[in-house]
Write a protein that binds this ligand. Structure first.
Ligand code: ADP
Length: 257
């Protein structure tokens, strides 16, 4: 094992209704990893995040966070940005109120000054403090995503998990968002589901291919064997916009200098 482990999976099996969608998942994620999870649709990526978050429990195996907790025990240390978060844009909700929602726990209905300060700080981290009083519907898609990340950050998590946060965000807004994630990664662990090769080449420190099980690679280089395992013979779901670095290893196993 390399240093302290934030996430530890040991022979984890999970099924929704009888047939296993994840089998034999064993891996560990060290503190301050920037892990990118790739794999085909239906491969189990979202399920894997939900197991990490304690939203589901495995039928078999063990998940330990921060060396000692079950995911449920550690839920206050986890920030989650789900896929396709539905904020009703017809309702004139303000940015600050969306972020404050991240402070709600249990039977709490009133926000304290500390909650407000935390919300403002989270917005500042995401470069959205100027928009605190704007309505969500007035923002671009990329800005809305940054607000949703601020909401996940407002409880000061030690791991931030994001499920395809840039699916409908333009390339420039994606870059801004990922740069913010990289800054955050100086302090916290990032787990990001993405099909974007640019993210892997520029930001990831590790890659996991998820296709019924988890192939974890403690480096960002993707080999053709990994793509084969994750996508079969057709890795078309990965997208790339002008990849700045080569991330695919050569077929003969040689690496680029
Ligand atoms: P991915 O995120 O890689 O697209 P998912 O984790 O969403 O994959 O899904 C993995 C498998 O589990 C798929 O076959 C999907 O149909 C199934 N699945 C996902 N959610 C549920 C659910 N709530 N109930 C039953 N089956 C589900």
């Amino acid at each position: 094992m390399r240093g302290p482990q934030d996430i530890y999976f040991e022979d984890v099996w999970f099924s929704y209704n009888g047939s296993f969608v994840l089998r034999q998942a064993s891996f560990s994620v060290p503190t301050r990893e920037f892990l990118v999870i790739i794999g085909p649709n239906g491969g189990g990526k979202t399920t894997l995040l939900k197991l990490m978050l304690g939203l589901y429990s495995p039928q078999k195996g063990k998940i330990i966070l921060f060396g000692e907790y079950t995911p449920r025990e550690a839920s206050h240390l986890l920030g989650y940005v789900p896929q396709n978060t539905n904020i009703n844009l017809d309702f004139p909700v303000r940015v600050i109120d969306v972020v404050l929602m991240g402070r709600l726990r249990g039977l709490k209905f009133l926000y304290t000054k500390e909650d407000r300060r935390a919300a403002e700080e989270a917005l500042e981290i995401m470069g959205m403090d100027k928009y605190a009083n704007a309505r969500m519907r007035e923002l671009s898609q990329g800005q809305r995503q940054r607000v949703l990340i601020a909401r996940a950050l407002v409880s000061q998590p030690r791991i931030l998990l994001l499920d395809e946060p840039t699916a409908s965000v333009d390339v420039e807004a994606q870059r801004i968002l990922y740069d913010r994630l990289r800054e955050l990664n100086e302090k916290i662990t990032i787990v990001l589901v993405s099909h974007d090769m640019t993210v892997i080449s520029s930001y990831a420190t590790a890659v996991a291919c998820v296709n019924g099980t988890v192939y974890y690679h403690g480096s960002k280089e993707i080999t053709s064997e990994m793509l084969q395992m994750a996508y079969g013979s057709c890795p078309v779901e990965l997208v790339a916009h002008g990849i700045p670095h080569r991330v695919l290893a050569k077929h003969d196993g040689d690496r680029d200098a």
